[in-house]
Design a protein around this ligand. Structure first.
Ligand code: ADP
Ligand code: MG
Length: 293
């Protein structure tokens, strides 16, 4: 490969909104056959909104929102921001939590106004042997079937509420998936979110393989497993929890709109966070390297 052609390739990438770490990246870009796409913030905008609040019998919805909001206010997770914003708008100033802990891939916990509060996945509550009453379980199933993330809220050892949060799919994601398929790549959706939510999002963008409910530290293992099958794997992500998988992948693609950790770990940055740039990168790499050969 002549250095000049590679430099022209990387320069053209910059014009397309693709920042390439080094000329050698073009070679792995040309070879990828599988692309793993993180859901939240990559396929979706990551700008979430709270759509509904449910409470268990005998619990006031405002208390659910206030106590959950107080904890989520201390978290930077996109889900947390949606909850904290809605809680502030509807319940006013939120109390300050004590003993706050962020539990990556699960939720948050802390003490609010003397109550031990848990906010997050049903699995987090299950670790404390707390189970949803039937009314909340019904609400959870309906929310997830509709592609919304259900966040459970418990305090003092009992499930008290359920929050429905939804995220919009990036307008350009279905077109990006179509283009990636045309280029011969197999798209796979990867997320820590629930299976039903993941399937709903996948269907909306035209992906038929889903790997859901993956803990943040296990995302890298998914990439390794696909590589062990003999695939050349690209991984696109935006979060701190994607960084290890981005580094492990044959080609790591970070959203320019994402976290610094993701951008540092990746080989390519899609400046505008538009997934169609992934297809542009593959086309660019193939063209650049074909010229050289
Ligand atoms: P993703 O892979 O979609 O970016 P994460 O690995 O960050 O998701 O989180 C996985 C799941 O854990 C979320 O879908 C959510 O159910 C739960 N979760 C994580 N953090 C929080 C939080 N701060 N509040 C509520 N739920 C959370
Ligand atoms: Mg993400």
């Amino acid at each position: 490969a002549t250095p000049t052609a590679l430099m022209v390739g990387t320069g053209r990438g910059a014009q397309l909104g693709i920042l390439i770490k080094g000329p050698e990246v073009l070679e792995s870009t040309r070879r990828v056959d599988t692309i793993v796409l993180d859901k939240t913030g990559t396929v979706t905008t990551g700008r979430m909104t709270l759509l509904a609040t449910h409470s268990a019998d005998g619990t006031d919805k405002r208390d659910v929102l206030r106590l959950a909001g107080a904890l989520e206010h201390a978290s930077e997770h996109p889900l947390a921001r949606a909850v904290a914003e809605a809680a502030t708008a509807r319940a006013g100033t939120l109390p300050t939590p004590e003993d706050f802990a962020n539990l990556p891939g699960l939720g948050v916990q802390g003490v609010v106004e003397g109550h031990a509060v848990l906010v997050g996945r049903v699995r987090l509550l299950a670790e404390w042997e707390i189970h949803l009453p039937e009314s909340l379980e019904t609400a959870r199933k309906a929310a997830e079937a509709a592609g919304r993330t259900a966040i459970a809220v418990a305090w003092d050892g009992e499930a008290r509420g359920l929050l429905e949060v939804a995220d919009a799919i990036k307008e350009t994601s279905p077109e990006a998936v179509r283009q990636l398929r045309t280029l011969g790549l197999t798209p796979i959706l990867l997320t820590g979110d629930n299976q039903a939510v993941a399937e709903s999002v996948a269907a909306q963008v035209g992906i038929d393989q889903v790997i859901a409910e993956v803990m943040p530290e296990d995302k890298v293992g998914v990439v390794k497993r696909l590589q062990a099958e003999g695939r050349t794997v690209a991984m696109a992500g935006d979060g701190v929890n994607d960084a290890a998988a981005l580094a492990q992948a044959d080609l790591g693609l970070a959203m320019g709109t994402g976290t610094d950790a993701a951008i540092e770990a990746a080989d390519l940055t899609l400046v505008r966070g538009d997934l169609r740039a992934t297809a542009d990168a593959v086309r660019l790499a193939r063209r650049t390297l074909n010229t050289i050969r």
